[in-house]
Design a protein around this ligand. Sequence first.
Ligand code: C2E
Ligand code: MG
Ligand code: MG
Ligand code: MG
Length: 292
Amino acid sequence: RAKTDGRGIFRIYSPEMGNKMRRHHYLLEEMRLALVNQSFTLSFQPIVHVEDCSIDYFESLVRWNHPVEGEITPSEFIPIAEDSNLILPLGDWIIHEACRQMAAWYNAGMKKVRISINVSGVQLKHRILHPWIMDILNKTGLPPKSLLLEITESCFIEATKETITQLELLREEGIQIAIDDFGTGFSSLSTLADLPIDVIKIDRLFIEQANEKSKYNKILESISELGNKLSLKLVAEGVESAEQFELVRKLNIQCVQGYLVSRPETSRNVGSKVLKQNLNHIALTGTNIWLP
Ligand code: C2E
Ligand code: MG
Ligand code: MG
Ligand code: MG
């Protein structure tokens, strides 16, 4: 086992650590290849209004189907891409592809739906956000009001003044900003008032743990109350059951994302479902017509 040597420094000599590092290096090399070979794809998951289940926006989520390993989750490969700065070219591809797809949907008539992109802390540090994003919007023809950027609470905590300024410039263009995984980053509720944000995405953990007796209900109540007072849009992540949907409605949270409504889908499936299916059904019955 790896132990600290008393000064907080890890001495690495366990076989597990060796395996982990080998996997890390292996995935990094494979990601470089995948980027060249264009083997990454995007999935899209709708975030819907609780009121009528109409779609507010789609979150784009990167997918990697490795020829030998099969599906590798972003929770495994994104941190490795961040460690090596490979997230920069990968992130460029993701935002380009998401904007290109959304521009196609926009031109096909989806004028009110936005697309969201997860932006990593490494990107915040290395890209000058306003010119970077505006250039991509110009190239893909997507209007700024169709774009939303998701930035985790922990990245916000580390954001520099310059980053915040760049985010403010983007908001002036009509781009929206969401604080992602809110509630896990240990920022104080009061910082919400000072951040350049439009949307709070409450971390899945809170919905998962919420029940009549738990303190998570109380936390959800206060997040909702404050969010509403600040005129921020609230999204509950990870809504999987009709009970959770009902709880979210009672708490005055405006939007939900979760398997109850839809799993992340390929662009092709989104196209057919958005055009053909009526999400009102879920609001009325609590059952999902998107899943078999
Ligand atoms: P996130 O941004 O918080 O994305 C939401 C995650 O929750 C997605 O996992 C989604 O599939 C999952 N999810 C949605 N509804 C439910 C539900 O009802 N139940 C459960 N159990 N999970 C649900 P995914 O796609 O595996 O992504 C995980 C994380 O990886 C993301 O969390 C995000 O932090 C990161 N990630 C994914 N795609 C990208 C990307 O394109 N760029 C960057 N920088 N990070 C990404
Ligand atoms: Mg997100
Ligand atoms: Mg999230
Ligand atoms: Mg997350």
